[in-house]
Design a protein around this ligand. Structure first.
Ligand SMILES: [Fe+2]
Length: 296
């Protein structure tokens, strides 16, 4: 059996730990020979472990190679790769390719009257939030694809992503685009946008309750330190958790007036450090595993 150093995100279920995992005082946390499964992988991520040594038997290596070849030929993967590359370079969304992944659903959603009016107004007012909203809708759709969402749920998660920051249309532009560090009072105003957004969508019949809650809760954190309500993981709905990952990934990989964008690889590392406390580990793992395969 060959011992391999593996990034925690890319190690496979069924790999065998080749070394003990110990904490910084040398106490044993996970024993050598433990088989990596979903729970072990999530535990390692939560502990902040970045690399591990694993044994791979030849059978699983063979299987892995075949899976990789299949992946290369899988149409969606190729499109998603292009998507990640283009979006992370700050380029415009191409609806044609989003539609190839979602069978035309993306275009249908952005043409729904309420969403179309919102995006049209937003384009005029705040071009960053316009692009960001489309990108987040796009990443949410990609994550929905990874999660094997039904056609209906794909439509819902695209809507949640596109609408998540709708409340920002009520926040003064000078605050949204401020180059200098925001004061505490100014940040408190920005933090009102999920509540303001919920207020805008709450009586819109074409928007489901699940999507409305994603607008309200996309800044909640797993450990309860988010806003507006300080909800803990089990009380945060799925769409809000997905929006949070898509939102942060896009914010990190896009240039702003007050900060330079970072590379996708760097962004993956930052996301990984947010596992458990801020972002849902299970969803993050799915996002990172698939995004990694697109890049490497
Ligand atoms: Fe937001």
């Amino acid at each position: 059996m060959v011992k391999n150093k593996r990034d925690i995100v890319t190690c496979e279920y069924g790999d065998i730990l080749a070394e003990n995992i110990v904490d910084n005082v040398g106490q044993l946390l996970i024993k050598e020979s433990t088989i990596i499964d979903k729970n072990i992988k999530m535990k390692l991520m939560e502990m902040g472990v970045q690399y591990i040594y694993v044994y791979k038997n030849q059978e699983s290596e063979k299987e892995e190679k075949i899976m990789k070849i299949n992946d290369i030929y899988e149409k969606d993967r190729v499109i998603i790769k292009k998507t990640f590359e283009r979006l992370s370079q700050g380029k415009m969304l191409e609806t044609r390719e989003a539609n190839e992944i979602s069978d035309g659903l993306f275009e249908k959603i952005v043409n729904e009257p309420f969403i179309n009016n919102y995006l049209t107004d937003l384009y005029e007012r705040d071009s960053y939030t316009y692009i960001h909203s489309l990108n987040v809708g796009y990443y949410c759709m990609v994550l929905g694809k990874y999660l094997k969402f039904s056609h209906y749920n794909m439509g819902e998660i695209i809507k949640a992503g596109v609408l998540h920051d709708i409340g920002k249309i009520k926040i003064p532009l000078k605050l949204l685009n401020k180059k200098e560090k925001l004061s505490k009072e100014e940040f408190e105003i920005i933090k009102l946008h999920p509540l303001l957004g919920y207020d805008i969508v709450k009586n819109v019949d074409s928007i489901s309750e699940d999507v409305k809650l994603a607008v309200l809760m996309h800044h909640e954190k797993e450990n309860g330190s988010g806003y507006p309500n300080g909800l803990k993981g089990q009380d945060i709905p799925l769409y809000a958790k997905i929006c949070a990952i898509a939102d942060i990934y896009d914010a990190l990989t896009t240039n702003r007036a007050y900060k330079k964008k970072i590379t996708p690889t760097h962004a993956f590392k930052i996301l990984r450090s947010m596992a458990g406390d801020h972002l849902n580990v299970e969803l993050l793992l799915i996002f990172l595993e698939n995004a990694y395969r697109c890049y490497f």
